[in-house]
Design a protein around this ligand. Structure first.
Ligand code: 1CP
Length: 355
């Protein structure tokens, strides 16, 4: 099915083609800050029930688009459905974050992990993508995603969110062979999974490396970036007659941007700790940049949000190749009216940077 897109600003900006204004979407745009999301989650009964129901996952994907004039939809799912598909058991309890029932602890555990067939074990995601595409009617593109092997491995080894990453760091120091075997399996599984997302209708992809930033530079290159590079090399980058751009996001990765730009990614996600002007200098216009308003600014009143948006736009400066976003996910206690103010400011202020 080739369907013309009414609004292709996101895809154009990710390929550094001209746009009339800067496209904008929001990491975690479907989520707990929206009362309608909380209502649908309640109706689903659990986070996993929400993720595995294509109808409900499609519903929450579209909720932020009904509120704000955004330039993209992002699939409602989670990076940890991969752990579920590999049979390790995933649950997400209200206010507690994700839990893996059977964490990976030994070389034997790694050896026993399957590389899941996405058409079987992750069918619910592919069905959700197809349904969202039907419901979008080509209004905006749909972004698919996966976690980086390193970031998914942190949860599979730690069993939950971590502050010190003691177990996986222990594995890294003590026996990198086991960790490499796990990461290699996750990379292979993720290539199959993301290619299946493209075949189901994803029009751009994002790889979330939320925890790459906790690593020392040589370890980041060996245990995180190398596997993202493998994934990039294994993806079908063309679908429906168009390029499927890939965004790479390492939170805390500001010091590695030039290396990230050399992986073949189309765009890099930038967190709020580095200025876009510096990121643009470091990458030399080889990639598009996405970001990077500090999500904490959205707790301020709308009068303070507008100048914050202006600073981000000015920091990127004149020209194409910028996708406006936060530097990380929108926080659960954010007032949706403040999000509306941010989006309105991007609409009003950004055309001047493309004239
Ligand atoms: O952006 C969107 O609207 C799409 C949905 C989405 C995405 C892209 C969700 C829904 N999760 C993710 C990615 C994700 N999940 C990441 C990478 C991006 C990031 O850093 O924010 C990570 C690290 C996770 C793991 C995860 N799942 C967490 C974070 C835990 C931690 O260690 O900080 C949480 C809270 C979940 C559950 C989850 N996933 C998504 C939502 C809305 C929620 C909250 C669940 C609820 O309703 O209680």
């Amino acid at each position: 099915m080739i369907q013309a897109l009414a609004n292709d600003r996101l895809l154009r900006a990710l390929s550094r083609e001209p746009v009339d204004r800067t496209p904008v979407w929001i990491m975690r745009q479907a989520g707990r800050y929206l009362p309608e999301y909380r209502a649908t989650r309640e109706r689903a009964g659990s986070f996993m029930a929400l993720c595995t129901s294509p109808e409900l996952a499609c519903e929450v994907t579209l909720q932020p688009l009904a509120r704000f004039p955004l330039d993209a939809a992002i699939l409602f799912s989670d990076i940890l459905v991969m752990a579920h598909a590999m049979g390790r058991g995933l649950s997400v309890e209200e206010g507690e974050g994700p839990r893996i029932a059977r964490p990976v602890a030994s070389e034997a555990d790694v050896r026993s992990l399957p590389v899941p067939d996405p058409d079987d074990k992750l069918r619910f995601v592919l069905d959700t993508i197809a349904l969202i595409r039907r419901e979008l009617h080509g209004r905006v593109p749909l972004i698919g995603f996966a976690g980086s092997p390193w970031t998914v491995a942190t949860y599979m080894v730690e069993g939950r969110s971590s502050v010190d990453f003691a177990r996986i760091r222990g594995l890294l120091q003590a026996g990198p062979r086991t960790l490499h075997a796990l990461l290699e399996k996750l990379a292979r599984a993720t290539i199959r999974y993301l290619n299946a997302q493209i075949a189901a209708g994803a029009q751009a992809l994002m790889i979330f490396d939320t925890w790459g930033g906790v690593l020392a530079t040589p370890d980041y290159l060996e245990f995180s970036l190398a596997y993202m590079e493998q994934i990039l090399a294994g993806l079908a980058r063309q679908s429906e007659g168009r390029r499927v751009p890939v965004i790479l996001f390492t939170k805390g990765g500001g010091i590695w941007l030039s290396r990230m730009a050399a992986t073949g990614a189309d765009a890099l996600g930038i967190d709020w700790t580095i200025e876009l002007s510096a990121a643009r200098n470091a990458t030399g216009d080889r990639v598009a940049l996405q970001g990077n308003l500090d999500p904490a600014l959205l707790h301020q009143p709308p009068e303070a949000i507008r100048p914050g948006v202006a600073r981000v736009l000015e920091s990127y400066g004149h020209g194409h190749g910028h996708v406006f976003n936060l530097g990380h996910g929108v926080q659960p206690h954010t007032d949706p009216e403040h999000v509306a103010a941010m989006v309105a400011a991007v609409h009003e202020l950004s055309p001047a940077f493309h004239a």
